[in-house]
Design a protein around this ligand. Structure first.
Ligand SMILES: NCCC[C@H](NC(=O)CCC(=O)O)C(=O)O
Length: 449
């Protein structure tokens, strides 16, 4: 009985969403820094996508944003006094630090954790390992609160196992599910877990990017597979092509996406494509479903086209066997090579039968597309019942959260606004109300003291 489904849990964009140019190696982040943001539009664009998927019959959940600016981190860094005094101090002495602790980057929940469904794990539980996101300071402060939110959303320890982040150092750089794909024939059958890394940290002779950071290491992926109790025969590792990282492909989900028995990737995505294909087929074994490699050639879509359009930062969703829909950002429609390729793809007999386009410009301007905004969790019927019921997207929740955004969010933010004590007050009252709406409990530090 195939009762399991793969649910998507999107990060709700927080009230301080802004463009601070914090992500070296992420060209959108660097190109759009100091542009004014629209937090209200950003949150609503995200809610629209979540609602559309829920209306299409997919299981869609919501993960709360974090407290920003993050005063506990500023105190940890030696700022003292009242919240207002600290904001006045840090904006004068270290404005980039204030920007880094004010980012709404936790919206991109593909980086929240790595998820191993219960059909894959030795103890039969669904495992979450929050990602240390060690490579970027503004992201490295997320994992503790992310862990709290995941524990409040997936609370039942009979079904869910939560692991803290790996050591927060470069050798164990972990960017979560953006570099992990779980292939399967049916969601509740044992799958193949595919880990993509940017460098092998403990082997100084190994090839790695030279211009931009690798962000995620082989050793981190191996540690996650170990903790989740995965068998070697069901795990495949592949190195991302250092050249595409150096071109700005900072996570594998900007150049490849997989779902069930389909791997949709760019010809230049991997260091050794033949080995990737061979290893996946070996792990796939004698499963009855065919495994589809959908390789996009450079002469149809260049790496630059991929980075500009986020063709592969799309969601690949199954409506039935070999019947998938691709959720792409509107930038794909604006890029003629990409849009032309997509039309030919849908016309061919590939399992991708339909393309749906969404406006996610606020997130895209910081280098986050449809796939960045969601964490995939394959759930059996019993596990789905055990999820915090208040976080599911539905008509009522959609209306409620849009009203909540209208009440609490600004429609314009520039970096100078981050020091405004009023913004902190607005954000905290928004989040305090949100924890009640989503029945999360008092998970934020400001609620605890
Ligand atoms: N999966 C997509 C993540 C995008 C994210 N961007 C940022 O953090 C940009 C933040 C800023 O520059 O304001 C990153 O690079 O980790």
């Amino acid at each position: 009985m195939n009762s399991a489904t793969e649910a998507n849990f999107d990060g709700l964009v927080g009230p301080t969403h802004n463009y601070s140019g914090l992500s070296f190696g992420n060209v959108a982040s660097l190109n759009n820094s100091n542009q004014a943001s629209n937090p209200k539009a950003a949150a609503k664009q995200g809610l629209e996508k979540m609602k559309a998927l829920a209306d299409m019959g997919f299981a869609q959940g919501i993960l709360a944003p974090h407290e920003r600016p993050h005063l506990p981190t500023l105190r940890q860094l030696g700022f003292t006094g009242s919240d207002t005094q600290i904001l006045a101090n840090v904006v004068r002495k270290a404005p980039k630090l204030l920007a880094a602790v004010s980012s709404a980057s936790c919206m991109w929940t593909a980086n929240a954790a790595t998820v191993s469904p219960s059909a894959d794990t030795q103890d039969g539980k669904l495992h979450f390992s929050v990602a240390n996101l060690a490579n970027k300071f503004h992201r490295s402060i997320e994992h503790e609160t992310t862990g709290e939110i995941l524990r409040a959303s997936f609370a039942d320890s009979q079904y869910f196992s939560h692991h803290n982040a790996l050591p927060s150092v470069e050798h164990f750089g972990d960017e979560g599910a953006a570099n992990h794909t779980r292939f399967c024939d049916q969601y509740d059958n044992k799958g193949v877990e595919f880990f993509v890394y940017g460098m092998e940290a403990f082997n100084s002779a190994a090839v790695k990017p030279s211009r931009f950071p690798a962000r995620h290491t082989l050793e981190a992926s191996q540690a996650i597979a170990r903790r989740h109790g995965l068998q070697a025969s069901q795990v495949v590792y592949a190195q991302q092509n250092p050249d595409v990282i150096d071109a700005g492909v900072f996570h594998n989900d900007v150049i490849a996406v997989g779902n069930r028995n389909a791997h949709f990737y760019h010809q230049q995505a991997f260091l050794d494509t033949a080995k990737m294909r061979q290893d996946l087929l070996t792990a796939w074994g004698d499963r009855s479903s065919p495994f589809h490699f959908i390789e996009v050639p450079t002469d149809a879509v260049s790496v630059q086209d991929c980075i500009q359009s986020y063709l592969f930062n799309s969601q690949l969703l199954s409506r039935g066997d070999d019947d998938m829909v691709l959720i792409v950002p509107s930038e794909c429609q604006a890029n003629t090579n990409v849009w032309h390729y997509l039309q030919s793809l849908v016309a061919s007999n590939a399992p991708i039968q339909e393309v749906k386009v969404f406006d996610l410009k606020q997130s895209m301007s910081n280098g986050g597309g449809p796939a960045c905004l969601r964490l995939r969790v394959a759930l059996t019927a019993a596990e789905r019942q055990a999820v915090n019921s208040s976080i599911w997207m539905n008509d009522e929740r959609f209306a409620q959260l849009n009203q909540w955004v209208d009440r609490h969010y600004r429609d314009r933010l520039v970096e100078a606004d981050l020091a405004d004590p009023q913004l902190l007050i607005e954000s905290r009252s928004a989040l305090d109300e949100l924890t009640q709406l989503l029945n999360l409990g008092s998970i934020y530090p400001f609620q605890q003291n």
